[in-house]
Write a protein that binds this ligand. Structure first.
Ligand code: ADP
Length: 311
């Protein structure tokens, strides 16, 4: 493995380790690692291990959103809980390196990742034993800021896949940052041999969020990632007392967009104060409010996702 100093140097001079120029670029002249790079060629030694780890996981799903604040992380976390309620074995990878919220949502905040001789043991959420990995769980303080450049983010994402003992799972869900960034390109690249099932796009019904979704759709199509469908979050308001649903702002925008692009609509999740409360406290809506309309809506979305990957 490359030494810390070596990798810092490579980062500074623009090491072509992820391009087709390994060992052949001008910066490789005089580099002490050149011979090894030439031997390895363009093969990524990590890729083989990642492929083996991912092979025993049946379905791999990316959760995307065009912008922040639409409830993507909340949907990703509650979707894993809903899948677990439907008897699936699930893992959740938080790829939102700079703003990880998964530890709180999955109630694993304060737990440390154990580095065993075989690899990292993922954190086990009290919600149906969902396996979780997040950069937030590797930081010493929850308030620490992660100020990392591209290559460092790439490394940690690879380690989440390569070094984590995921074992056999039915689903692994990747919660990605909003938009289309380094994190998306990295995860798509490292999953290239494992045939990810596709992406679930989360949007609110409003035009601003829907506009950014068009970009996500273009991105997925360009990268050859199948779109499993669109989820409309914060769609109408559910009264916590009587469960009556009203269209507080609007609803239905994401469904129309899905049909415009010929995509599946996976369901709508209302604005529910009880869901905010559960997310804030790291609780599961399925245990706190087992018969709620929002819980049922989330189970419907999970069933639609299962149908989409099995189709
Ligand atoms: P994103 O990941 O898109 O930035 P978050 O998942 O962090 O968004 O959600 C933003 C806020 O909205 C959080 O406080 C979360 O609890 C709340 N939230 C998300 N979805 C809902 C919903 N359907 N009903 C009520 N609150 C929600």
């Amino acid at each position: 493995m490359e030494s810390k100093k070596g990798s810092e140097k490579a980062e500074a001079v623009g090491c072509p380790s992820e391009t087709g120029m390994v060992g052949k670029a001008a910066v490789c002249e005089g580099c002490p690692g050149r011979e090894l790079c030439m031997q390895l060629g363009n093969k990524d030694p990590d890729q083989e291990v990642i492929d083996v780890r991912m092979k025993v996981i049946k379905h791999k799903i990316l959760i995307l959103s065009g912008k922040g604040g639409v409830g993507k992380s909340s949907v990703a976390a509650t979707l894993t809980m809903a899948l677990a309620k439907l008897s699936k074995k699930v893992g959740l990878v938080d790829l939102d390196i700079c703003g990880p919220s998964t530890p709180k949502l999955m109630n694993v905040e304060g737990m440390s990742v154990i580095n065993s001789q075989w690899g990292w043991k993922p954190l086990i959420s009290p919600h149906d034993s969902i396996k979780v990995m997040s950069v937030g769980s590797l930081l010493q303080h929850t308030d620490s800021a992660v100020v990392w450049r591209g290559p460092r983010k790439t490394q940690i994402i690879k380690r989440f896949l390569k070094d984590t003992l995921w074992g056999k799972l039915d689903f692994i869900v990747f919660d990605t940052p909003p938009g289309t960034s380094d994190e998306h390109l990295t995860v798509i690249n490292v999953l290239k041999n494992s045939q990810p099932d596709g992406a679930v796009i989360v949007s609110t019904p409003q035009a601003l969020s829907l506009g950014t979704i068009r970009k996500e759709i273009t991105f997925c199509r360009k990268m050859g990632i199948k779109i499993l469908g669109i989820v409309e979050n914060m769609s109408g308001f559910v009264c916590p007392c009587c469960e009556e649903q009203t269209d507080l702002f609007s609803s239905g925008g994401a469904e129309s967009l899905a049909s415009e692009y010929g995509l599946a609509f996976l369901g709508r999740i209302p604005i529910d104060q009880r869901l905010t409360e559960c997310c804030e406290r790291g609780q599961s809506i399925f245990t706190q409010y087992p018969d709620s309309a929002t819980g049922r809506a989330l189970l419907d979305v999970a069933n639609s996702v299962i149908e989409a990957v099995e189709r």
